[in-house]
Design a protein around this ligand. Structure first.
Ligand code: ATP
Length: 639
C-alpha cells in the first residue's frame, strides 16, 4: 500500500516505485481536487502532483496531464475509447461478482459509475496483493482500449477494463471508470492545468538551481511565493503555445527537455500546417453605430456577411494533403470530401492554414444559402463524393499561414489581400464584403446580408493592433452584428443543463423545466430555467438521454446554484443548448456573473426558449459569465 486508505500523505515523501509514478497518487489528487472549490488551491494541489512526477518520473508527466484532463490524445487525433456504460458495468460485475441489482441500487444512490466501481472494488477479496498501477500503465491501457477494433473487440475491450479494475487500489477504480466514461469534471480544466504546470516547472528549476531536495509542501509553497513572476511569464508562454499549437505532447516534451530555454517555447510550439490552432472569436455589438465607434470612426472596416454554417479550419500540407478541422479542433476531413477537393489544385501554394465557413446551398441554386440546420443533416464522417445530398460552399475569410510564413501578426488588410491573390477561384469563395465606415452604407449592407439568408455581419478591423489574428481570443478586432441584437432581443446563449424538475400535466413523466448554467472558470453558475421551445419529441428524447446514465446523486461542488431552487434531479454537465431569451435582468436567485454587475446578485435571462443542441460546442465552450456580463452591459447601454 503506497498510501493510507483515504489519506494522501505528503506527495513528496512518496516511496517511489521502480517502474513509474503510481497512478494511486494521481487518483488521490483528483479526489482531493473534487473536494476543493477554490481555484488557487486546485492549482496548488495539481501543481504539487506535477512537481512530484517531474522530480522522479518526468517521462510520466504527459500521461498524467492527459488523465487529469480526461483525454488520451489531442482532439484531432480521433482517438475514441468506444466503451459504454453497459460494458463498464459488465466488467465491474465480472471482476467483483456484484449482481446487476447491487450495481443498479448503488448507481441510484451515487449516480456515478466511478463511485459504484470504487465501492465494489474496495470489497474485493483478493488472493494476492496487486502490484501497483503506474500512471503510464493506465494511460497505455486506455490507448490500447481505444485502438482495439475488429472481431470480438467488445470482449477484448472488456478484458482490458477488467485487468485495470483487478489491479486497482483505492481510489483508482473510481477514476479509471470516470476516465473510461469520459467524465472526470473535477475542475482540472485546461486553464488550471496550465497554471499548475507553469508553477511546477518553475519551482523545479529553482530547486535544482539551489541544489536542494524537495521534502515537503511547505518548502514548495515558499518557492512558489518567490517565483511568482517567473511562473506568470511561463504560463503566458504556455497559453500562447497551446492556442497556436494545441498539442500537449509537443509542449510538455519541450518543457521537460529544455529546462533553461523556456523562452524558446513559442519558437518550437507555433503555428504549423497539420496542427489546428484555436480559432479567433468575435465580440457582440448591438448596433452599426456602436460597431463603428469600437472599430474606429475614421478607419476602413471590412464588413463581411456572417454566414450561417460550420466553422472550418483548412490546412494544406507540403505533400498536398488537405485537412479540415472543426471549431473544436476535431478532424472533419472525411465529412467534406467536396471541400477538400476545392483546395487540392491551388497553384503557387505549397502549404497554408485558412479560416473558413462551410455553408449549405440550395441543391438547384448554389447562390442561395440555406440555414445551418440543413448542414447538420450531413453524415459526420466517411462521406463519399458521389453520394453527397447536402451541397455546400466554402467561404474563406482569413489566412493565417502561407508557404512557410506565419501571417497572424500581419494586419488583416495584408492577410486579406494575400488571401484574395492566392485563393479566390471558382471553387473557393471569399465573403461578400463592404469596406466602409459609413453607418448608412453598413446598415444597407447588413439588410442585404439578412435578405440573402445570412445571420448578419462580421465587421473586422483592417489595420492597427486589433487587426492581427488572435488565436483563441474573443478579439476586439472582430465585431458581430446579428439580426437578433438589432431587433432589440439579446443574442442566443449557449448554456449547459445542470438540473431538472419533473413536468406536470401534458409534460408529466418528462423532465421540465431544466436548469441552465453558464461556464465560469471550471464551474457552472445557474442562469435560468427553461421550459419552452421543445417539441414533445425533444422532451422525450432529452428525458431518456439524461435518465439513462446522466443524473447525479448530489449537487457537485462546481455547480453554483442557490439553495432555494431545489431541483428534483442533478444532471451531468454534458450538453450545450442554444437558448434564445428576451432580456437579461439582475437576479437574487441565479448566480451567473455574480459580483460583476452587482456584488450580491447574478444575471438571469427572461423568457428563455430552447433553440437547439450545439453539438459543435464542448461544455467548456458554453457561454461564460464574462460574456453574459458583456451582453448585460450592452443591453443596459441601449435602454
Ligand atoms: P462564438 O463562435 O463567437 O463563440 P458562436 O459559435 O455562437 O459564437 P457566433 O457568435 O454566431 O458563433 O459567430 C461567430 C461565428 O460566425 C464564427 O465562429 C464563424 O463560424 C461564423 N462566421 C460566419 N461568417 C463569418 C465571417 N465572414 N467571418 C468570421 N466568422 C464568420
Amino acid at each position: 500500500q503506497v498510501f493510507g486508505e483515504n489519506n494522501m500523505e505528503d506527495i513528496f515523501q512518496l516511496p517511489m516505485e521502480s517502474n513509474g509514478f503510481p497512478f494511486q497518487a494521481v487518483a488521490l489528487t483528483l479526489d482531493t481536487l473534487q473536494a476543493t472549490s477554490s481555484r488557487l488551491s486546485s492549482i496548488e494541489i495539481l501543481s504539487d502532483l506535477f512537481l512530484a512526477i517531474l522530480l522522479k518520473y518526468p517521462q510520466d508527466l504527459l500521461a498524467a496531464v492527459y488523465l487529469c484532463t480526461n483525454r488520451i490524445a489531442a482532439p484531432w487525433e480521433a482517438v475514441e475509447l468506444g466503451v459504454g456504460g453497459s460494458l463498464i458495468s459488465k466488467a465491474i460485475m465480472e471482476v467483483t461478482s456484484a449482481s446487476k441489482e447491487t450495481l443498479r441500487s448503488l448507481y441510484k444512490q451515487y449516480g456515478d459509475l466511478g463511485d459504484v466501481a470504487q465501492i465494489c472494488c474496495s470489497k474485493l477479496q483478493r488472493l494476492f496483493t496487486p502490484s501497483s498501477l503506474t500512471t503510464q500503465q493506465v494511460y497505455q491501457s486506455l490507448k490500447k482500449i481505444a485502438q482495439t477494433s475488429g472481431a470480438k473487440s467488445v470482449s477484448r475491450k472488456k478484458d482490458l477494463v477488467k485487468s485495470l479494475l483487478i489491479a486497482s487500489r483505492s481510489p483508482e477504480a473510481r477514476y479509471i471508470v470516470r476516465i473510461l466514461s469520459q467524465h472526470i469534471r473535477v475542475g482540472a480544466v485546461e486553464k488550471t492545468v496550465i497554471a499548475a504546470l507553469g508553477r511546477a516547472f518553475v519551482i523545479l528549476d529553482a530547486v535544482r538551481c539551489n541544489k536542494e531536495e524537495v521534502t515537503c509542501r511547505a518548502q514548495v509553497l515558499k518557492y512558489s511565493m518567490e517565483t511568482k513572476t517567473e511562473t506568470k511569464s511561463l504560463v503566458e508562454r504556455m497559453n500562447r503555445a497551446l492556442s497556436e499549437c494545441s498539442d500537449w505532447e509537443r509542449i510538455i516534451t519541450f518543457l521537460v527537455n529544455n529546462a533553461h530555454s523556456w523562452n524558446q517555447l513559442n519558437e518550437y510550439c507555433k503555428l504549423q500546417p497539420g496542427i489546428p490552432l484555436k480559432p479567433q472569436l468575435g465580440k457582440i455589438t448591438k448596433s452599426v453605430d456602436e460597431m463603428i465607434q469600437d472599430l474606429g470612426v475614421d478607419s476602413d472596416i471590412s464588413c463581411e456577411w456572417k454566414y450561417d454554417g460550420q466553422r472550418c479550419q483548412v490546412h494544406i500540407l507540403e505533400n498536398g494533403t488537405v485537412q479540415l478541422f472543426s471549431r473544436h479542433l476535431e478532424d472533419m476531413t472525411s465529412k467534406y470530401p467536396d471541400v477538400v477537393s476545392s483546395f487540392t489544385a491551388i497553384s503557387r501554394v505549397s502549404n497554408a492554414i485558412l479560416d473558413a465557413e462551410i455553408v449549405a446551398v440550395h441543391p438547384s441554386n448554389s447562390q442561395m444559402y440555406l440555414p445551418f440546420q440543413y448542414l447538420s443533416t450531413r453524415a459526420r464522417k466517411d462521406v463519399q463524393l458521389d453520394q453527397i445530398t447536402i451541397q455546400v460552399r466554402v467561404i474563406v475569410f482569413d489566412l493565417m499561414f502561407l508557404n512557410g510564413v506565419c501571417l497572424i501578426e500581419q494586419p488583416f488588410r495584408q492577410r486579406r489581400s494575400i488571401l484574395e491573390q492566392y485563393f479566390k477561384s471558382d471553387s473557393v469563395t471569399l465573403p461578400e464584403t463592404l469596406i466602409s465606415s459609413s453607418a448608412n452604407e453598413v446598415e444597407a449592407w447588413f439588410n442585404k446580408a439578412i435578405s440573402n439568408g445570412c445571420e448578419g455581419l462580421m465587421c473586422k478591423a483592417l489595420d492597427g493592433p486589433n487587426s492581427v489574428y488572435y488565436p483563441s481570443k474573443r478579439s476586439e478586432g472582430w465585431s458581430k452584428i446579428k439580426k437578433d441584437y438589432v431587433e432589440g432581443m439579446s443574442d442566443t446563449m449557449d448554456l449547459v443543463p445542470i438540473a431538472a424538475w419533473w413536468g406536470n400535466g401534458r409534460k408529466a413523466g418528462w423532465l421540465s423545466p431544466f436548469l441552465l448554467a453558464c461556464y465560469h472558470d471550471g464551474e457552472f453558475q445557474s442562469v435560468c430555467r427553461v421550459m419552452s421551445g421543445f417539441s414533445d419529441e425533444e422532451y422525450k428524447r432529452l428525458t431518456e438521454f439524461y435518465l439513462r446514465d446522466k443524473t447525479l446523486p448530489t449537487k457537485p461542488l462546481y455547480y453554483q446554484v442557490d439553495e432555494s431552487l431545489r431541483p428534483a434531479l442533478w444532471l451531468q454537465a454534458c450538453q450545450v443548448w442554444e437558448i434564445r431569451g428576451a432580456e437579461l435582468t439582475l437576479s437574487p436567485i441565479h448566480h451567473a456573473a455574480i459580483g460583476l454587475a452587482d456584488s450580491q446578485r447574478g444575471i438571469s435571462l427572461r423568457f428563455p426558449r430552447f433553440v437547439r443542441i450545439r453539438e459543435d460546442k464542448s461544455i467548456e465552450e458554453s457561454t461564460d459569465s464574462q460574456y453574459i456580463f458583456e451582453l448585460y452591459k450592452q443591453q443596459v447601454k441601449n435602454t
